[in-house]
Write a protein that binds this ligand. Structure first.
Ligand SMILES: NC(=O)c1ccc[n+]([C@@H]2O[C@H](COP(=O)([O-])OP(=O)(O)OC[C@H]3O[C@@H](n4cnc5c(N)ncnc54)[C@H](O)[C@@H]3O)[C@@H](O)[C@H]2O)c1
Ligand SMILES: O=c1ccn([C@@H]2O[C@H](COP(=O)(O)OP(=O)(O)O[C@H]3O[C@H](CO)[C@@H](O)[C@H](O)[C@H]3O)[C@@H](O)[C@H]2O)c(=O)[nH]1
Length: 431
């Protein structure tokens, strides 16, 4: 099938490459010429395991190309919309200007009978507005929200947990079944519903995930006040299948290009709908999450005897999670910048996040080698749980550092081992 993908950032690049892998004839469109040049060369513009191989395979196989010219999408039967929906600069609401620009551009080229399929995360009600804007073209609109996780994006796209179609007629669902034939034949559950439900499924899923993380981080705050251990607590409640252990890892909290902005946009949309109280708890979810970053700063001050000023601190991790180079709303980068702001001599390291961090915070010192970051540091702060930081040898780290102090901002180190190596250890909600 001929498919176009409008917007080839994180979601769009992965989706285009995956659609080509499924045998479709795919053209990806983006307004950023540098990104298009990279993608057209079969290279990944960001770090995502497996993406580069998939892109190269598609481009060399002739099933995948990229362009800045939207008129090249004219023959497509299905146009996926994957442009960004960031938080507005001056409010919590989603900025829909890229969605509107893409729909306006598509209006001029889309053929009657074609299907435009929204994948971006949008406030509930957006799709119905867009359908009206498209009506005169003879094309129709469906919504097919995306649930991929960075770091697992390829597998999540090729073999998703579920497919959700928001449609206005059964023919749209049949066409989407053809797009996802491989997953459908493999038994992937598929939920066919209306436009607002499909939009809301996505928003609700991210709100739930964020709430689960803030719930365990709230328990971490109580654990800190009582000497309880939040990791043991998570293990214990997680054995209850109704609760489940996943997404109960306490630490410095959630970041990234999705959960933080999506819960804020949901709150803003609920206010517009006159339903502010229904999701008022999401303000608490956000506040708990941001307080965990403060906690790392407070612990740093405490461990360093009352001030971080001119103290050398090694910050291990910059990305919002491992296996990604994404530093959008990253708690790790935020902690590094705040410590620097307090006058600490911060040396930050990350396997893949330095380039993107430097663009946002050029004032920080970055080193690629973790041992170089640790050398002579008075405090180490582990804030992204990359495997190479989880597996650090405590005795070797103690030798490298001037003094053995560590904050485990992701609760991934073995407390007994680090204490045995002489460390003053602080986790979040434990020890
Ligand atoms: N990143 C994820 O893991 C993920 C997962 C699920 C859903 N989402 C949602 O998908 C959407 C995209 O997220 P992202 O992380 O890929 O964002 P992104 O910022 O990485 O990518 C957006 C891309 O759209 C391009 N663009 C903007 N306007 C355009 C236009 N008019 N025509 C063509 N291209 C245009 C930009 O140049 C950019 O490359 C958001 O709504 C996000 O919430 C993202
Ligand atoms: O127990 C946990 C689990 C996650 N996190 C943090 O939560 C954030 C988000 O993690 P994750 O959800 O794995 O990353 P994303 O790639 O942002 O994926 C989320 O956002 C996407 C965009 O909407 C959705 O498609 C995904 O389903 C949803 O999981 C990261 O900072 C993690 O460190 C925790 O602090 N504790």
């Amino acid at each position: 099938m001929k498919i176009s993908v409008i917007g080839c950032g994180y979601l769009g690049a992965v989706h285009a490459a995956a659609m080509a892998k499924l045998g479709h004839d795919v053209v990806g469109v983006d307004t950023d010429p540098a990104k298009v040049a990279t993608l057209a060369a079969g290279e990944a513009p960001f770090h995502e395991p497996g993406l580069a191989e998939l892109l190269l395979d598609g481009v060399e196989g002739g099933r995948l190309r990229f362009t800045t010219d939207i008129t090249e999408t004219a023959g497509a039967q299905v146009h996926f919309l994957a442009v960004g929906t960031p938080q507005q600069a001056d409010s919590d609401a989603a900025d829909l200007r890229f969605v509107h620009a893409a729909i306006d551009a598509l209006r001029a080229v889309v053929q009657p009978g074609a299907l435009v399929v929204g994948k971006s995360t949008v406030p509930v009600g957006t799709a119905a507005d867009l359908a009206v804007r498209l009506a005169e073209t003879g094309a129709s609109l469906a919504w097919n929200p995306e649930f991929l996780r960075e770091g697992y994006a390829i597998a999540d796209t090729l073999t998703p947990d579920r497919l959700v179609y928001g449609v206005t007629d059964p023919g749209q669902a049949a066409l989407l079944d053809e797009v996802y034939r491989v997953a459908i034949d493999a038994g992937t559950p598929r939920i066919v519903t209306d436009l607002p439900t499909a939009e809301l499924v996505k928003t609700a899923a991210n709100a739930f995930l964020a709430t689960k993380i803030s719930f365990i981080n709230a328990m971490a705050e109580i654990a800190e006040a009582t000497g309880a251990d939040v990791t043991t607590l998570a293990d214990a409640i997680g054995h209850d299948a109704r609760i489940g252990r996943r997404f109960l890892n306490a630490g410095i909290g959630f970041g990234g290009g999705c959960l933080p902005k999506d819960i804020r946009a949901f709150t803003a949309r609920a206010e517009e709908l006159g339903r502010a109280e229904s999701v008022a708890f999401l303000r608490q979810v956000d506040a708990i999450n941001l307080r965990r970053r403060e906690r790392v700063i407070d612990l740093s001050v405490e461990l360093l005897g009352g001030s971080v000023f001119q103290k050398r601190i090694a910050v291990l991790g910059l990305t919002f999670k491992p296996d990604s180079d994404d530093v959008r709303d990253s708690p790790a980068l935020d902690v590094a910048a705040r410590l620097h702001g307090l006058g600490a001599d911060v040396v930050a390291t990350d396997p893949h996040g330095i380039e993107n961090s430097r663009m946002r915070h050029p004032q920080l010192d970055y080193v690629t080698d973790v041992e170089a970051a640790l050398a002579g540091a008075e405090l180490a702060v582990l804030v992204t749980e990359w495997d190479e930081y989880r597996s650090l040898d405590a005795v070797r780290v103690a030798e490298l550092m001037g003094s053995a102090r560590i904050i485990d901002g992701r609760n991934v180190l073995d407390v007994a081992t680090w204490k045995a190596a002489g460390f003053q250890y602080r986790g979040l909600g434990r020890e």
